[in-house]
Design a binder for this molecule. Structure first.
Ligand SMILES: Cc1cc2nc3c(=O)[nH]c(=O)nc-3n(C[C@H](O)[C@H](O)[C@H](O)COP(=O)(O)OP(=O)(O)OC[C@H]3O[C@@H](n4cnc5c(N)ncnc54)[C@H](O)[C@@H]3O)c2cc1C
Length: 381
C-alpha cells in the first residue's frame, strides 16, 4: 500500500500526523519537509526574549525524535518540487514518491514590500525557527529595531523587543495598530499602552528607504519625511499562503489552496490545511483552526470522512503590556463596532445588523470577559 504523504512539518503537518496515529498506527505515513523539521511552537518566536528563551531552546523535538514518536519517516531538508496528481506521485528533485493520499501543509510566506535605499536588502522577516535564529544574531547588541507593520506579529515583536531592552519604532500605513482586526478605539488604546513602554509609532506612514550610514548603522527614511538611526529593520506586513506548488500541478488556488470543509482540494486524494489553505473561502493562519482541521482530516485519512466544523476561535495577542483577545467578525457579515473605552481597557463588540454578536475585541481588563463572550458568539452562530 502506498503511504499517506504529508508535505510540511510545521504545526499543521505534525498535528495531522499525530492525530492520525491516535486513530491508526498501521497506515504507512511519510512526512517530507523543506526545513529541519524540528517541532517547535511558532507563536513563541515573538515572545522568546521576554521569556528568556534562546532559539535553540524552542524546539521540543527534532526530526528523528518526531519520526520515532510517529512511527513514520520524517524526511527533513527535502523539498517537494512537483506533484503529478494523475499519477499520484510527488517529485522530490530527481526522486519520485508515490502516495495514496497527499496532505499539503506548506505554510505561508511573509509578504515583503519594496523599500528603497542602499541597504534595502538588510530588511529581514521572521517566519520560522531558522529566520528567528538569524534575527537573534542580528539584534544581539542592537540598540534599536524598526518594525514595518503594526499587526498581530508586529505588535508582539514590539512588546517583546522593548521588554528585551531594545529601542523600537513601528511604522504602519494604517491609522491605528491591528487595523485589520479591531476598531480605531481598540487600536489607539493598544498604541498608547505600547508607547507607555517606549515604542515610537509612525502611523499613516511607510518606510521609503533604508540606507547604510557612515557609522555602520542603518538610516531609516519614512514617506512622511522623518529619518532616524536603527540597527535592524524587521518586516511584518502579512502572510501569503504558499500556493505555487499546488497551482503548478493544476490544483485550484485562490488566496490559498482551495479546499472544502473536508479539506479536499480539486485533485483526487489531495488535501490541504494550515496557513497554506483557503477553507470554504477563508484563510485562517492561526493555531486553533489548525487543531480543528487536523482532527477532522486525520479521521478522513483513516477511513471516516469528516467535515471540519469551526467553533468561535478568538485569538490572543501576546502583548503583556496590553492583553488583547480578538474574535474577528466573519467576512461578509454586515454590522458595526460599538466600543466602550475606560482607563483600564476597551470592550468592543461587533454587532450584526440582525442584532446578534458577530465578533469582539477585548483589551486590558476587559479581556476577562473572553469566556462569556465566546460562549455568546457560539450560541449566535
Ligand atoms: C511570530 C509568530 C507568532 C504567532 N503567534 C500566534 C499566536 O499567538 N496564536 C495563533 O493562533 N497563531 C500564531 N501564529 C500563527 C501560527 O504560528 C501559524 O498559523 C502556524 O504555526 C502555521 O503552521 P503551518 O504548519 O501551517 O505552517 P508552517 O509552520 O510554516 O510549516 C510549513 C512547512 O511546510 C514546509 N514546506 C513548504 N514548502 C515545502 C515544499 N515545497 N517541500 C517540502 N516542504 C515544504 C516547510 O518547510 C514547513 O515545514 C504566529 C505566527 C508567527 C510567525
Amino acid at each position: 500500500m502506498e503511504p499517506v504523504v504529508v508535505v510540511g512539518a510545521g504545526l499543521a503537518g505534525y498535528t495531522v500526523a499525530r492525530e492520525m496515529r491516535k486513530l491508526n498506527r498501521e497506515i504507512p505515513l511519510i512526512l517530507v519537509a523543506a526545513d529541519s523539521a524540528h517541532f517547535y511552537p511558532k507563536p513563541q518566536l515573538s515572545t522568546a526574549l521576554a521569556t528568556k528563551k534562546l532559539p535553540e531552546q524552542l524546539p521540543q523535538a527534532d526530526a528523528e525524535q518526531m519520526s520515532a514518536q510517529l512511527g513514520a519517516p520524517v524526511r527533513a531538508n527535502v523539498t517537494v518540487t512537483g506533484i503529478d496528481t494523475a499519477g499520484a506521485t510527488l517529485q522530490l528533485g530527481d526522486e519520485a514518491l508515490r502516495y495514496s493520499s497527499l496532505v499539503l501543509a506548506l505554510g505561508a510566506d511573509q509578504i515583503t514590500i519594496p523599500v528603497g535605499g542602499d541597504a534595502a536588502d538588510a530588511v529581514v522577516t521572521v517566519n520560522d525557527l531558522a529566520d528567528y535564529g538569524k534575527f537573534r544574531g542580528l539584534i544581539d547588541g542592537a540598540r534599536h529595531v524598526t518594525i514595518i507593520g503594526g499587526g498581530l506579529i508586529g505588535c508582539e515583536f514590539a512588546n517583546d523587543l522593548i521588554a528585551g531592552g531594545h529601542g523600537v519604532a513601528v511604522v504602519d500605513t494604517a491609522d491605528w495598530p491591528l487595523s485589520r482586526l479591531v476598531p480605531a478605539e481598540a487600536g489607539t488604546f493598544r498604541q498608547k499602552a505600547l508607547a507607555g513602554l517606549g515604542v515610537d509609532w509612525f502611523l499613516s506612514n511607510a518606510v521609503a528607504a533604508v540606507d547604510r550610514a557612515a557609522d555602520g548603522r542603518l538610516r531609516v527614511r519614512l514617506a512622511g519625511g522623518e529619518e532616524f538611526a536603527s540597527d535592524v529593520v524587521l518586516s511584518a506586513v502579512g502572510l501569503r499562503p504558499r500556493t505555487a506548488l499546488a497551482s503548478a500541478a493544476g490544483i485550484v488556488t485562490n488566496r490559498g489552496i482551495v479546499v472544502d470543509s473536508h479539506l479536499r482540494t480539486s485533485a483526487e486524494n489531495v488535501y490541504a490545511l494550515g496557513d497554506c489553505a483557503e477553507i470554504d473561502g477563508l484563510v485562517m493562519p492561526y493555531v486553533l483552526p489548525i487543531m480543528h482541521s487536523a482532527r477532522a482530516l486525520a479521521a478522513t485519512l483513516t477511513g471516516a470522512p469528516t467535515q471540519t466544523v469551526f467553533p468561535p476561535m478568538p485569538v490572543m495577542i501576546k502583548t503583556p503590556a496590553c492583553p488583547t483577545i480578538v474574535a474577528t467578525p466573519p467576512v461578509g457579515v454586515a454590522g458595526a463596532w460599538n466600543a466602550g473605552v475606560t482607563e483600564e481597557g476597551v470592550r468592543a463588540l461587533y454587532v450584526a445588523t440582525d442584532g446578534t454578536l458577530a465578533g469582539f475585541a477585548l483589551l486590558g481588563n476587559a479581556s476577562k470577559e473572553r469566556a462569556a463572550l465566546t460562549k455568546q458568539l457560539g450560541s449566535a452562530a
